[in-house]
Write a protein that binds this ligand. Structure first.
Ligand code: BMA
Length: 382
């Protein structure tokens, strides 16, 4: 059949105009977007993935078995080694990995974090941990977004990064880098790896730019909510649980003095660095009781998000101090995990390494039925 050239021309003109119209009005050519389906009504993120919901539920129930032992940067380095595949000071001492692994995204945007850990390697370790059934938590020692100093530069910055502030856009750009990092935490099958995000920690203390001397209560809460909403709503990241962690508080009122609200928090954490004397076993036990009762009343998880004594200078610290505090009462035992800080060197470490004076006691701690290491964990993501 022969086509008339004018007809062909007209058809081409029509198709070009129609396709331009569709580009401008995508609704004409595509189905309208379905609103995302709610997956739960108890997490900060009501669109959280199934694996994230399972992690939360399993953390809530973990106390029926015990509490997870955690260690910051466990796979990245230890006393006398750096980035060796499979290596871990905790494993070298007791034969198993920790149940919980802490990581930090301070210096995001550079090749390595503030402690020299390559972000590419960190992603690999997070995937490795998930593959073995362990738990990952991420803190944020971000540089001062106004002065450019470190996280410890506590010159005021929060007011300037909130909406309308001079540094709002540049701070969101930093959060975008963290979002990109989080979105890259996937299994080879494309499953997002749940992360317990722990931003703006120890905020009742004053060392950081988000601390109590550098911003008002309202500014802190606004910063928290802006950050959650940037990840959850702007970036549609749905594999996060949000943990708050004030340091060394002693009452519920003190805990809630700087707190963005139950709708914005999944895990009620506590950081505690005063366990340098047995006199503080009971005070810590009492605080754990407080946060664990608060978590139960609010359908949340309680955790000892950071604890430890630098260089662990007491031979019986693991059972005589830490375990004693956690065993203080039936409520204090209900924390989901207790994480000690990093093993950077012989002068800055919080977990034992082979030959350390607390090693024998750590083995007793490891063998205690209440302590859970990686092999003791139930399936956390189902
Ligand atoms: C601190 C110390 C610092 C480190 C920071 C973030 O407590 O360990 O050396 O840079 O945590 O990991």
């Amino acid at each position: 059949m022969k086509h008339h050239p004018l007809k062909v021309m007209l058809l081409i003109i029509f198709l070009v105009i129609y396709s331009l119209h569709c580009e401008k009005n995508p609704s004409q050519s595509q189905k309208p977007q379905q609103p995302p389906t709610k997956t739960n009504d108890f997490l900060v993120d009501t669109l959280a993935t199934q694996e994230t919901i399972a992690l939360f539920r399993n953390l809530q129930n973990l106390h029926s078995r015990g509490f997870g032992f955690g260690h910051q940067d466990d796979l990245a380095y230890g006393v006398d080694w750096w980035a060796e595949p499979g290596q871990s000071d905790v494993k070298r001492v007791c034969g198993d990995y920790p149940a919980v692994y802490g990581w930090d995204v301070g210096n995001i945007g550079k090749a390595a974090n503030l402690d020299g850990v390559s972000f590419t390697d960190m992603k690999g370790w997070i995937r490795e941990v998930y593959g073995r059934g362990g738990i990952n938590t991420v803190s944020m020692h971000l540089a001062n977004p106004v002065s450019g100093g470190t996280a410890w530069d506590n010159s005021p910055a929060v007011a300037k990064i909130l909406p309308g502030g001079s540094h709002h856009a540049s701070y969101l750009a930093t959060l975008d880098l963290i979002a990109a990092f989080l979105k890259d935490l996937k299994t080879p099958q494309g499953v997002f790896i749940p992360i317990i995000l722990r931003p703006y920690h120890e905020h009742n203390h004053t060392w950081s730019w988000w601390g109590a001397s550098a911003c008002t209560v309202d500014e802190y809460n606004a910063l928290w909510r802006m950050t959650v909403s940037h990840f959850r709503d702007t970036h549609q990241i749905h594999h996060l649980l949000y943990a708050i962690s004030p340091q060394e508080i002693s009452s519920e009122a003190e805990y809630l003095a700087r707190y963005p609200g139950d709708r914005w928090v999944d895990v009620l954490g506590l950081d505690y660095y005063n366990l340098t004397t047995k006199n503080n076993v009971v005070p810590l036990g009492k605080t754990l009781e407080i946060i664990s009762n608060m978590a139960a009343a609010r359908n949340k998880v309680a955790a000892l998000t950071e604890v430890g004594v630098e260089k662990v200078p007491y031979a019986d610290w693991w059972t005589g101090y830490l375990l004693a505090a956690i065993k203080y009462s039936t409520a204090s035992r209900k924390i989901a995990w207790a994480l000690v800080w990093r093993n950077a060197s012989k002068s800055h470490f919080f977990a034992p390494y082979p030959g350390h004076l607390s090693m024998a006691d750590f083995l007793t701690f490891y063998q205690d039925p209440l302590t859970l290491f990686e092999r003791d964990l139930p399936k956390m993501y189902e």
